[in-house]
Design a binder for this molecule. Structure first.
Ligand SMILES: Cc1cc2nc3c(=O)[nH]c(=O)nc-3n(C[C@H](O)[C@H](O)[C@H](O)COP(=O)(O)O)c2cc1C
Length: 148
């Protein structure tokens, strides 16, 4: 059975709701899924023991990309996570009126690739929470499931 880690940073609960929904969809497909809040993790070796790592966060900058406060320290330490050879996909909640819509997806994808991971599904960028875009969330989970 594939082991999936879902780690998220969320301030008002939107990205957290995506993490929870994706986790339950993957569990329904037989994956063993662990969901962690970025506020509670130690980046060192975080990906160890998992086949797939899904990472998501919101952004809170204006002109600059400012990753959600709990996720930002993790993003600075992608190199310590043990991502080499892992299957990775990114998700984010955002607001398209901002210049860098759901920029966490781009940050995660770039950082994961830089550290030897393979991006296995197109990043999920949605306005609001999981219930605002159920079809997109489902399609993302489907794409990830194909890599399990
Ligand atoms: C001051 C401020 C800055 C924001 N900057 C961005 C941004 O750069 N890109 C974006 O997509 N959303 C931006 N947002 C919107 C939030 O990321 C959005 O509300 C998101 O759903 C919050 O998700 P969370 O509850 O998981 O933290 C911003 C919101 C505020 C109030």
């Amino acid at each position: 059975m594939s082991k999936v880690l879902v780690v998220y940073g969320s301030t008002t609960g939107n990205t957290e709701s995506i993490a929870a929904k994706v986790a339950s969809l993957l569990e329904a497909k037989g994956a063993e899924v662990v969901v962690k809040n970025a506020a509670d993790v130690d980046p060192a070796g975080l990906a160890d023991g998992y086949d797939v790592v899904l990472m998501g966060a919101s952004c809170w900058g204006d002109e600059d990309i400012e990753l959600q406060e709990d996720f930002a320290p993790l993003a600075e330490r992608f190199a310590d996570m043990g991502l080499a050879g892992k299957k990775v996909a990114a998700f984010a909640s955002g607001d398209s009126s901002y210049e860098h819509f759901c920029a966490a997806v781009d940050v995660v994808e770039a950082g994961a690739k830089e550290n030897g991971a393979e991006i296995v599904a197109a990043g999920l960028k949605i306005e609001g929470g999981a219930s605002d875009a159920p079809d997109e969330v489902e399609a993302f989970a489907e794409a990830v499931a194909k890599a399990l």
